[in-house]
Design a protein around this ligand. Structure first.
Ligand code: ADP
Ligand code: MG
Length: 249
């Protein structure tokens, strides 16, 4: 049994079958990549794991409990944290203030607006936020304006904010999309470090095969809403069906 068990998930948008009978098992402490062409249903599938979408049929179980019908905050509390395709941080705030918001959300069990001045007054939260930034190698940037950071550092901050939720499953939707090569390589190193140092399972949607093959222990290829094949990276590389359908050979 995987930490995440997806059984016969179907999702339609009007006349479009975005997901058709998806079965997927993500093993605890693995890094499982979901790849496939644009429009294959990858983001739709991820949205079904975090309460943003509810499948028409099928089940999604996390550590033996159904996530279906729960709110995104409840699912976050269960231990699933998700990084979006475009960085979601508050550009007007500093790096530390963004981290404080994430730490307050973890403590309160929900996202609430706090006056910025007040956020700095809660010593235990400030300590937790600074500790997290230290672990992520961002403490020297804590007073920087978030909007002025590189795309790679914005992504690093966003991942750090997710990790402050103490997730057991970290979901990433194309974390290196739009990044320069150097930022992509930094993101790969960061995710490798997270994988090695934490008791965490990672499910990642990714277009860049260099990223996929650097990180994944297991790969599912999704095509037209249905898993085409699931295998180890070495076998995926050599699979003629995959090369034809996805790698374009
Ligand atoms: P991927 O992430 O693999 O590129 P998506 O999951 O975003 O693919 O989309 C799968 C299919 O579902 C696409 O054809 C897309 O246009 C469609 N789709 C996604 N979200 C919606 C929506 N909210 N309403 C209607 N169609 C959608
Ligand atoms: Mg997508």
């Amino acid at each position: 049994m995987g930490i995440l068990e997806v059984k016969n998930v179907n999702k339609r948008f009007g006349g479009l079958q975005a997901l058709g009978d998806v079965n997927l098992s993500v093993k605890e402490n693995s890094c499982h990549a979901i790849i496939g062409p644009n429009g294959a249903g990858k983001s739709t599938l991820l949205n079904c794991f975090v309460g943003k979408l509810i499948p028409d049929t099928g089940s999604v179980m996390f550590d033996g409990q159904s996530v279906l019908g729960r709110t995104p905050y409840e699912i976050n509390q269960m231990g699933i944290s998700r990084v979006f395709q475009t960085p979601e941080i508050f550009g007007d705030l500093t790096v530390l203030e963004n981290m404080l918001i994430a730490c307050f959300a973890k403590r309160d069990g929900a996202f609430r607006m706090h006056a910025v001045e007040n956020m700095h007054n809660e010593r235990d939260i400030v300590e937790k936020a600074e500790h997290m930034l230290e672990e992520m190698g961002m403490i020297d940037q804590k007073d920087d304006h978030s909007a002025s950071m590189s795309r790679g550092n914005k992504r690093r901050l966003e991942i750090a904010m997710c990790l402050s939720q103490d997730p057991r499953l970290l979901l990433l939707d194309e974390p290196t999309a739009g990044m320069a090569r150097a930022d992509t390589n930094n993101t790969i190193d960061l995710l490798k470090q997270i994988k090695d140092e934490r008791d965490i399972t990672i499910a990642i949607i990714e277009h860049d095969m260099h990223v996929v093959f650097s990180l994944a222990d297991r790969i599912t290829v999704l095509a037209q809403g249905t898993p085409l094949v699931e295998d180890d990276p070495e076998n995926i590389k050599g699979n003629p069906k995959v090369r034809e359908a996805y790698l374009g050979e």
